[in-house]
Design a protein around this ligand. Sequence first.
Ligand SMILES: NC(=O)c1ccc[n+]([C@@H]2O[C@H](COP(=O)([O-])OP(=O)(O)OC[C@H]3O[C@@H](n4cnc5c(N)ncnc54)[C@H](OP(=O)(O)O)[C@@H]3O)[C@@H](O)[C@H]2O)c1
Length: 344
Amino acid sequence: MKRVVIRRPGGWDRLELEEAPDPTPSDGEVLVRTDAAGVNYADVIVRMGLYESAKKYVGWPITPGFEMAGTVTAVGAGVEDVAPGARVLGVSRFGAYATHVVLPRDQVFALPRAMTASEGAAFPAVFLTAWYALFELAGAKPGMRVLVHSAAGGVGGALLQLARIAGCTTVGVVGSSAKVEAARALGAGAIIDKSTEDLWRAARRHAPDGYDAVFDANGVETLGESYEHLAAPGRLVVYGFATMIPRGRGRPSWPKLAFDWLRTPRFDPLRLTNDNRSVMGFNLSYLFERRAAFLPALEQLLGWIEAGKLAPPRVTEFPLNEVARAHRALESGTTTGKLVLLTR
Ligand SMILES: NC(=O)c1ccc[n+]([C@@H]2O[C@H](COP(=O)([O-])OP(=O)(O)OC[C@H]3O[C@@H](n4cnc5c(N)ncnc54)[C@H](OP(=O)(O)O)[C@@H]3O)[C@@H](O)[C@H]2O)c1
């Protein structure tokens, strides 16, 4: 097999391709020969050595990657409902940037006929994240007004699509004019291009009484105002801190990290109670021990793909040996949809 390996935290040059013996599935596991692996912003944070759950569960060296699609080539004892030759997509806690991946049976799902392998590999992480944020935490209901930051990106685009299914009214925020069409295609009810207009004045115009839910993975740059623009009651769902990382530099700036950490808003429980607002945070990678709580959602999400209610993510493909170029693109903050690595 071939896999990407990061031996020490750092920049794009830390992404090495290495050969290793093919893995074999143990009891209850399946071996997948992958066609494609999804790239997520979290992988960048893993490479930089700032992703706590990567350090907790794997350490160094690490092969990043939360998702992939391909063909089952072997199954371990006790696996009877999936056989070699099955086309699947899978969700993993790291290790997916590889030509061969072994996974527990329950982390592998039939690849819908409507999806290419690249689309399948791009699907689980962002849609599970969006599903958990929208349905489990924000309690999405018809008529809710929701604001989605980075709406043309991976999770943001999934949030827009799922919020439409839930019957919510959506406002998507994008960081550049080049992303407006992508957000529109994903079904945003209104779009704020914060590169050409004042984000918060426009947000107020679209929802004078505030938003029932705001989804924020920017962190310090928008978190305080995201809270201030909630309705009462209203829920702020926090799931990332991308603005703490300098765009396109390839490595963190320690003074910026420290400064941004200091100025990240702290939320006062007395004020939350008085304001009738909630602030929630989560990181799916810690929830694998309780995966029964979220893996069944993938069945429902894939059902929506089969039924044509959800569109697969729009993907940009990179060969596996150009993984550094894929990370570089994602860190530029200019991409739309999802990036995937081709592993065949
Ligand atoms: N908690 C969880 O379980 C979980 C799971 C998956 C992802 N996430 C988080 O969700 C966020 C989105 O992930 P994704 O993989 O779907 O990425 P993405 O949204 O496709 O790309 C990242 C986007 O973030 C915005 N951004 C803001 N500051 C940035 C910076 N300094 N560098 C680069 N981009 C910046 C840019 O959009 P605009 O300029 O248009 O805003 C950029 O396009 C990330 O913060 C990620 O860590 C969390």
